[in-house]
Write a protein that binds this ligand. Structure first.
Ligand SMILES: [Zn+2]
Length: 565
């Protein structure tokens, strides 16, 4: 695409005029704002910058130029959006080459499959057994439809034929894990004779499937293999539905299993999500951190002690999340519990959760004989491994105090073993992070607010210069897209990885909190600054940073100190 033709098309259209055909814009200083057309928006969080001809939504992260807006609002490809804008401006253009994104092909294949499985379950006779099964388990139809359940018929070719009809290529089905290759060539449906649970990403797009048998045959569950879209270790089932409530209450409840989530949502506990049979990972923790301050990990009756460590609860501490443990008093899982007990009972369970340190201290006391020196030291070791995950020093100190009080061990000894256990991980986590993160965020804020500065930004700050791998990825994508098209569209970046949307939202939020900024000066400043000096002063600035993690512990500890006197 000829760059100057593209500029000509963009200059001949006014983003304010185009946007205001879809949503009423209100002037606000140098910007216009509106309720976002791309997400349910209560406060106007959608901004249009007439000067720069850009839009940006602080609620959902949609951002870009006029081409991006037309693509998104009219559901057009880049090429078609350009054509449309050219048509409006009366500019002649030739054919533009078109490169179909692999990700969007995979998404389309998954969506096609979800539609197919849903059709079979709800409309065809082959689905009646599965419908009966759902009825027997007490899953209402509206819930099954909300979670888009489906059924894969007992056939080798049913989905293959349906997808072929809809123009989905066999290579795409293979890559999406929906079809498999036979030993003697040929292809067959991967999911057969199974109840299907589509698995959504954060935004509600189908990225994979879980399939459950209706009888006793094995394996009971199978999942889509790992694909570019489907990474089990980063997905929380139900998060797309849970997001508003999680954001509102700043709390998320994590359990296991699709049906646990479905039952919880049915009963109004829409802050409940589930891991896909994996332990909690750093990806999960980061995703949660963007919406919540607090996480409650829910365990089945009697298994909490054994499972707490295997569930990866520690990684949550690293993200400064306030971690709580709740345990079902009876029944083997949340689904059964909520089938039998009232909402109020479950509310009590959630309210009676313990913070992770109380919990771990209790478990350690049960597990080890703390009357002996050996038992005490084993118990302390176990807690120390938890304390070392806390990034914030102040919070760490409070935890150390508590362990020393609880087990009657010299505080210095506990502190020493935390330090010993800590040495490598701690250094790696804290050394360059803070300042470079500010720099990474500033540079991205510049890129998305002032694309006219992109060339300069790219020269001074190539993607490799970013410290944060995700922000680096966003920068690389932004440079690439702008370089190829002379247009910026966050959708292209998000299609690759939903986590990135969250990160970019953070950047926008960060930029907005800074108010009006002189972006040119900012870019010059970062390019010229002697970094080591900057790092030192910013580290100092950060030392009074709040200790949001384990806030509860601090309180408990304060209270204990008071009652002791
Ligand atoms: Zn929005």
């Amino acid at each position: 695409m000829l760059q100057d033709k593209l500029s000509q098309i963009k200059e001949s259209n006014d983003i304010v005029e185009v946007v205001s055909r879809h949503v009423p814009l209100k002037r606000s200083g140098r910007h216009y704002k509106a309720l976002c057309p791309f997400h349910p928006d209560k406060e106007p969080s959608f901004y249009v910058n007439p000067e720069r001809q850009l839009f940006k939504c602080f609620g959902c992260g949609a951002a870009g130029d006029i081409i991006a807006f037309v693509m998104k609002i009219d559901g057009l490809t880049f090429v078609d959006a350009v054509k449309e804008l050219a048509r409006r401006a009366g500019i002649e253009i030739g054919e533009i080459s078109k490169s179909e994104g692999k990700t969007s092909a995979l998404l389309a294949a998954n969506e096609t499959a979800a539609i197919f499985y849903g059709k079979v379950l709800f409309e065809e006779s082959e689905g009646s057994g599965a419908l009966d099964y759902l009825k027997k388990r007490g899953i209402p139809e509206n819930v099954a439809r909300k979670f888009r359940l489906g059924f894969a018929p007992d056939s080798w070719k049913a989905l293959l034929d349906f997808a072929a009809d809809k123009g989905v290529k066999i290579e795409t089905l293979l890559e999406a894990g929906l079809a498999a290759e036979g030993k003697e060539g040929g292809h067959y449906d991967f999911f057969r004779n199974r109840l299907i649970f589509p698995i959504f990403d954060y935004a509600g797009k189908v990225v994979g499937f879980g399939g459950r048998v209706l009888d006793d045959s094995l394996p009971k569950y199978i999942n889509t293999k790992e694909t570019p879209l489907f990474r089990k270790s980063s997905i929380l089932y139900g998060f797309n539905f849970a997001r508003p409530k999680v954001f509102e209450t700043r709390t998320v409840v994590v359990t296991e299993g699709y049906t646990d989530v479905m039952r919880a949502h049915e009963k109004g506990f829409t802050q409940v999500v589930a891991t896909l049979g994996t332990a909690l990972t750093e990806d999960h923790a980061r995703l949660i951190r963007r919406y919540a301050d607090s996480i409650t990990v829910l365990f089945d009756a009697d298994t909490a002690g054994k499972k707490a460590t295997s569930r990866g609860v520690e990684v949550l501490l690293q993200e400064s999340l306030n971690v709580k443990i709740a345990q079902l008093p009876a029944e083997k899982d949340l689904f059964d519990y909520l089938s039998k007990f009232s909402r109020e009972e479950f509310e009590k369970v959630l309210a009676s959760c313990e913070d992770i340190f109380d919990f771990s201290l209790r478990i350690a006391r049960e597990k080890y004989d703390t009357k002996t020196v050996r038992g005490t030291s084993e118990a302390v070791d176990e807690i120390v491994s938890l304390i070392r995950m806390i990034p914030d020093k102040q919070t760490r100190d409070i935890a150390i105090d508590r362990v020393s009080l609880q087990f009657g061990v010299d505080r210095r000894e506990v502190a020493m073993s935390v330090k010993r256990a800590n040495a490598p991980a701690q250094r790696e986590r804290t050394a360059p992070a803070p300042v470079t993160l500010y720099r990474d965020m500033d540079i991205l804020d510049i890129i998305f607010t002032r694309p006219d500065l992109i060339e300069r930004a790219r020269e001074a700050f190539p993607p490799e210069s970013f410290q944060d791998p995700e922000l680096s990825e966003i920068a690389a994508a932004a440079y690439k897209i702008y370089g190829e098209r002379g247009s910026l569209n966050t959708d292209d970046i998000f299609a690759k990885n939903e986590n990135l949307r969250n990160r970019l939202l953070q950047v926008f939020e960060y930029g907005r909190n800074k108010g009006e900024r002189d972006y040119e000066a900012l870019l010059t400043g970062w390019s010229e600054t002697c970094e080591s000096k900057k790092i030192r002063s910013q580290l100092k600035e950060r030392s009074h940073k709040d200790a949001s993690a384990l806030g509860g512990i601090k309180e408990v500890y304060e209270r204990r100190k008071v009652t002791k006197h």
